[in-house]
Design a protein around this ligand. Structure first.
Ligand code: PLP
Length: 404
């Protein structure tokens, strides 16, 4: 009889978005006349930029002619894209990253889930709490997290670093020494981030204890403050301790197009074993390359027109973020995030739990958000709203919240 991977059996159901969907559809059915505004899900709504569409059309035409047809892409990505990434995302910012240290992929979700494969089963992971669920769940699937305690909603072998208003959402060095540290900055779900100086302290810490930092930079394009790093490689010593994951989803609206990349510097080693070589091997075996059309679309995000158009798109969402933030402050809420990220993280009023506030907002304002407790125990008492909606809906939602 075949056996299943029992680690999958340990996964507690991810009830968050399915519970939200069920509650919303039950409410909609009972109240068909109500116009529900959704500011819950982390997906973009603006169409692809004209420069991207133009590049895609051109690439589609190339695929239709024998002379310019492209089959399998190189495993690690086309050079035109890796060169553009190295130049614009790294070298122009003074980061020493070469094109052959960049691995093009179909997105940061899969990379953030897959990267743990190249690490030993007995590594101890550390994550922020609240956290993007993929980091923990992918380690559960590979048996690295110990036993789940349903009461505390924590795993016995995971180090949690609470990020709350008490510590200004800055993770503190854990008492127990981790081997792998997941950092997502600017952060989903809290919308907060740390300064370049604070990030440097994490790099120094990782180098000192021999840990690797898996740095998720999916929201880098939303950074507005000068003292926030756009890449972990702005920090001294990051080449010996950090892997960086990037995505085209949030900066260019590629959530449905699918493109991302992972950076592994050649100096990143465990004794004399290079992680760069291991990831190249893994990529070569398990991944057959992102589509040519999509990589051309990715390249177009770095053109002069592409950059200008994306800057406008990000500004559109960040204007929504400030509408939400200002409106909530006016209404008396305690609010975080929304400055370097398209997420607003608010403290629920009174002693309301995250889910109580969810129901309250849905029933009284017909606005849908995401309960903070769904991202980890330290998210209890908080609530996430996203700036990815249309301006019209965002304004309407905040007017309703103000009237509560
Ligand atoms: C949206 C998001 C990603 C990007 O995922 P893709 O697979 O590239 O769409 C990665 N990390 C975090 C934290 C995110 O919120």
């Amino acid at each position: 009889m075949f056996k299943v991977n029992e680690n999958y059996q340990k996964l507690p159901g991810s009830y968050l978005f399915s519970t939200i969907a069920k509650k919303v559809s039950a409410f909609a059915e009972a109240n068909p006349e109500k116009d529900i505004i959704r500011l819950g899900i982390g997906d973009v709504t603006q169409p692809l930029a004209p420069a991207v569409i133009e590049a895609m059309h051109k690439a589609v035409d190339e695929m239709g002619k024998a002379e310019t047809f492209h089959g399998y892409a190189p495993d690690l990505g086309y050079e035109f894209l890796r060169n553009a990434i190295a130049k614009h995302d790294y070298q122009q910012r003074g980061c020493d990253i070469a094109p052959d240290e960049i691995f093009v992929s179909d997105g940061a979700k899969s990379d953030s889930a897959n990267i743990q494969e190249i690490f030993g089963a007995d590594n101890k992971i550390a994550v922020c709490d609240p956290v993007y669920p993929v980091y923990v769940d992918s380690n559960v699937m590979s048996g690295r997290t110990g036993v789940y305690d349903a009461k505390t909603e924590t795993w016995s072998d995971v180090i949690y670093m609470p990020c709350t208003m008490e510590n200004g959402f800055v993770p503190e060095f854990p008492k127990q020494t981790p081997d792998m540290i997941y950092l997502c900055l600017p952060n989903n779900p809290t919308g907060t981030t740390i300064t370049r100086g604070q990030l440097q302290e994490w790099v120094d810490y990782a180098n000192k204890v021999g840990a690797v930092i898996i740095y998720d930079g999916a929201y880098e394009a939303y950074i507005s403050e000068q003292d926030v790093a756009h890449s972990i490689y702005e920090c001294q010593g990051a080449r010996t301790c950090a892997i960086e994951l990037k995505s085209f989803s949030k900066n260019a609206g590629f959530t449905g197009v699918r493109l991302g990349y992972t950076v592994i510097p050649k100096e990143l080693k465990c004794k004399d074993v290079s992680l760069h070589g291991m990831w190249a091997r893994r990529h070569g075996t398990k991944f057959n390359g992102a589509p040519y059309i999509v990589q051309r679309a990715g390249e177009a995000t770095y053109s002069k027109e592409g950059k200008a158009q994306l800057k406008e798109q990000v500004a559109y969402y960040m204007k929504n973020a400030s509408v939400i933030k200002e409106g909530l402050i006016e209404a008396g809420y305690t609010v975080f995030g929304g400055v370097n990220a398209p997420y607003i993280w608010l403290k629920t009023p009174g002693q309301m739990s995250s889910w109580e506030f969810f129901d309250y907002l849905l029933e009284r304002a017909n606005v849908v958000g995401t309960p903070g407790s769904g991202f980890g125990p330290s998210g209890e008492g908080y609530f996430r709203l996203t700036a990815f909606g249309s301006r019209e809906n965002t304004l309407a939602a905040i007017e309703r919240v103000k009237k509560l």
